[in-house]
Design a protein around this ligand. Structure first.
Ligand code: F6R
Length: 242
């Protein structure tokens, strides 16, 4: 399902409505959480629902998609810090039920296996919120990622590091080289996928993911394999759709 909405705010509201519907049906739903700028409108719209009492996320749990490897402990650029500031706190989720891959683990491979196990033990993700990189990545599954991949250590592409330098005061050197990300195979096991994209910088990636061939060069194209994937875009991000 592809829905073209007038603006970024409408994209956020539509994503929040879909997530809220899942939680209404299942108050202890497992939410797949994304970071970066794309999901912020969805989180803001969810917060309005929580603040008005229309939505209760206190029994829901969450799993973030990815995390940088090697940031100093407590770094505000870490996705653990982002999830705490933008999701757990404002949406009044129980921090004990929200996990982010451990990018500071001594044994990173064990941390990846542990994360996969935790998702499985929680019963799998009910609804996964996704953004898409300008190069077509989802999570940090960069182009060439295997469609069957699981949570693992990845090297960030130069393009992604440049795009994300804005979160590090523009200092490319400060952007980590590696990350832990849920794999494409992991993401595809979520029961529902909701991808949000806003702005013209995402137009080519959205068109390639949705209308292009299924290819490891455009990791977002794996959404075509999923039986319940929704893509919510504003008009600018929809500009290259046929
Ligand atoms: C973040 C993530 C990434 C971002 C993507 C778009 O958890 O998994 O795939 O969704 O890099 O980033 P923004 O939204 O900042 O343009």
């Amino acid at each position: 399902e592809i829905v073209i909405l007038p603006d970024a705010q409408a994209v956020g509201r539509a994503a929040a409505a879909r997530i809220a519907a899942v939680v209404r049906a299942k108050p202890d739903a497992v939410l797949g959480l994304s970071t970066g700028s794309s999901p912020l409108g969805a989180y803001a719209a969810l917060r309005e629902r929580v603040d008005s009492g229309a939505l209760d996320l206190s029994r829901a749990s969450g799993f973030a998609l990815d995390e940088y490897v090697g940031l100093p402990a407590g770094s505000e650029q870490s996705y653990a810090a982002t999830i705490a500031a933008e999701v757990t706190g404002p949406l009044r989720m129980d921090p004990a039920r929200v996990r982010v891959p451990d990018g500071g683990a001594h044994d990173l491979e064990a941390a990846c296996a542990d994360y996969e196990r935790a998702i499985r033990d929680a019963g799998g993700v009910d609804v996964q919120l996704l953004g898409i990189g300008a190069n077509g990545h989802i999570g940090f599954n960069e182009p060439t990622s295997s469609i069957a991949s699981r949570t693992r250590i990845k090297t960030l592409s130069e393009r992604t590091r440049e795009d994300n330098a804005r979160f590090f005061d523009g200092d490319l050197e400060a952007v980590p080289l590696h990350c832990i990300t849920q794999g494409l195979g992991t993401i595809l096991e979520a029961r529902r996928l909701v991808l949000v994209a806003q702005g013209e910088a995402k137009a080519a990636a959205v068109a390639a993911a949705v209308e292009g061939p299924l290819t490891a060069m455009v990791p977002g194209s794996v959404l075509q394999l999923h039986p319940a994937a929704t893509v919510l875009v504003d008009e600018a991000a929809a500009a290259d759709l046929r």
